[in-house]
Design a protein around this ligand. Structure first.
Ligand code: 5GP
Length: 176
């Protein structure tokens, strides 16, 4: 499981993984947030409305779920279980709350924390992304500070100083 503060580049590492390591199965989360330009339904996320999301959660179809920035995010359970049963390396890219829920349900899961080279660098990336307004950036930074404090809960820390290196290290950990 890959987690880490907002803006650290989890999404970018996952993008690199898609091309460099197609053998790794990436869980596609459901979310109620709107797609960003270029995002495709069923690829980056399954985009659903709140009532569909709530229905899935109530039916126990989500392995974990969490809400932030006014949107809900969750991991569809069945697909993950199917891939694990096949022995495929499975990667979930989720936030800290989600990682804690999965840890409680799947004690054998390995938690990898993707850490920024520094907090300043993280702040630069969050501002530079330009996809959020000032309030949203501030909320993400506050959240990032909290999430960085949770680094010790994780099995491994991978520093995201270089995308390809971080992706390769992640895969090496999964196959170890
Ligand atoms: P974004 O909206 O930028 O794609 O993602 C925002 C945050 O939601 C990121 O920290 C990402 O890791 C987290 N996230 C994405 N999918 C899931 C999920 O299925 N469950 C949880 N708990 N968090 C998720």
């Amino acid at each position: 499981m890959l987690s880490g503060p907002s803006g650290v580049g989890k999404g970018s590492v996952v993008q690199v993984l898609r091309t460099r390591h197609p053998d790794v199965w990436l869980s596609v989360s459901v979310t109620t947030r709107s797609p960003r330009p270029g995002e495709r339904n069923g690829v980056e996320y399954f985009f659903v409305d709140q009532s569909a999301f709530d229905r899935m959660a109530a039916a126990g179809e989500l392995l974990e779920h969490d809400a932030h920035m006014g949107a809900s995010y969750g991991t569809p359970r069945q697909a993950v279980e199917e891939q694990l049963a096949l022995g495929t390396p499975v990667l979930l890219e989720i936030d800290l709350q989600g990682a804690r829920q999965v840890r409680a349900r799947m004690p054998d899961a390995q938690l990898v924390f993707l850490s920024p080279p520094s907090f300043d660098e993280l702040a630069r990336r969050l501002v530079g992304r330009g996809t959020e307004d000032d309030d949203a950036v501030r909320e993400r930074l506050d959240r990032a500070r909290l999430e960085m404090a949770a680094e010790d809960e994780f099995d491994v820390v991978v520093v995201n100083d270089d995308l390809e290196t971080a992706a390769d290290r992640l895969v090496a950990l999964m196959s170890a």
